[in-house]
Design a protein around this ligand. Structure first.
Ligand code: A3P
Length: 290
């Protein structure tokens, strides 16, 4: 695992295979050899697309809507962020685990376990790139690991130059879109048509729940509720602002269309161009709430 630490005045990167990665991505080769099971579920997405939200929904769907356990056990204990690599201890833990395993990743498929798309299940989360970028910008400024203190304009330039963590957004979305059997969940659809979106996701996982149960699940995973759960513990992850009102909340806004407060016309048009070039007729990104 060859790595090069590029520590500019912007984001702190580890460059691997021509992709910029955050420092906590380790030991990628250890991931490849994970022995897969048919009910293993990988929730993948470019950062800030709503991956954590979908992970929680997937975990609950896979665990009989066990809300009590969800509240009791740390989310990142229940859903392992596999990009951090698999130590010997973790490999043993996953071997012995007798419930359905749910993993999170932001990586290109070539770094996930071999044949994952055939042997297990992949749920890919996608969000309109303008809202994703605003979310990513705030996240990078708040994250201790990142060291980014630049402007939104600089951040958008990093996006076009593939200099954000996990590289090119459009290449990643296209890659997963082209893999058969990957189930796409669109952030905007989940917000606007939660029942249908979750029914379809449950179907993909081989589960079936009543409308009442799905409504309970939607309620339980609303952003206002999730904000209050101690099972989402981000202690030590973000800068501790003295002014409490500035303190970063991982569950920031959870909306469609927040981008209009950040993008100028030129930036917005450039993103539209990328979307038209790569996704016209393939994915309908919803930039505004309908
Ligand atoms: P915003 O910063 O726009 O609010 P990820 O989990 O991939 O890092 O994505 C984080 C984004 O998903 C943040 O977006 C966060 O607020 C949003 N999010 C998290 N939980 C959510 C929920 N329950 N409902 C709606 N949005 C949610």
């Amino acid at each position: 695992f060859k790595e090069e630490l590029v520590e500019g005045n912007e984001l702190k990167f580890k460059k691997f295979d021509n992709i910029f990665l955050p420092g906590l991505v380790r030991n990628l080769s250890s991931i490849k050899s994970l022995e897969l099971r048919p009910d293993d579920t990988f929730v993948v997405g470019y950062p800030k697309s709503g991956t954590t939200w979908v992970e929680e929904i997937v975990w609950l769907l896979q665990n009989n809507l066990d809300f009590q356990k969800s509240l009791k056990e740390d989310h990142f204990e229940r859903v392992y962020f596999i990009d951090m690599g698999l130590s010997k201890g973790k490999i043993k833990h996953f071997k012995e685990m007798n419930t359905t395993r749910v993993f999170k990743s932001h990586l290109p498929i070539k770094h996930l376990p071999d044949n994952v798309e055939k042997l297990s299940k992949i749920v890919y989360v996608v969000r309109n790139p303008k809202d994703m970028l605003v979310s990513y910008f705030h996240f990078s400024r708040a994250l201790l690991l990142s060291n980014f203190s630049g402007s939104f304009d600089l951040f958008v330039r990093h996006f076009f130059n593939n200099k954000l963590w996990y590289g090119s957004w459009w290449e990643q979305v296209k890659e997963y879109k082209n893999i058969p059997h990957v189930h796409f969940v669109q952030y905007e659809e989940l917000l606007e048509r939660p029942i249908e979106t979750i029914e379809s996701l449950a179907g993909f996982l081989g589960k079936s729940y009543s409308i009442e149960d799905i409504e309970k699940l939607i309620n339980f995973t609303s952003i206002d509720k999730m904000k209050t759960y101690s099972s989402f513990n981000f202690e030590g992850v973000f800068r501790d602002e003295e002014n409490v009102s500035l303190k970063f909340n991982f569950f920031r806004k959870g909306q469609i269309g927040n981008w209009v407060e950040y993008f100028n016309e030129e930036q917005s048009k450039k993103v539209d161009q990328v979307v038209n070039e790569h996704f016209q007729g393939v994915i309908d990104f919803k930039f505004f709430p309908s």
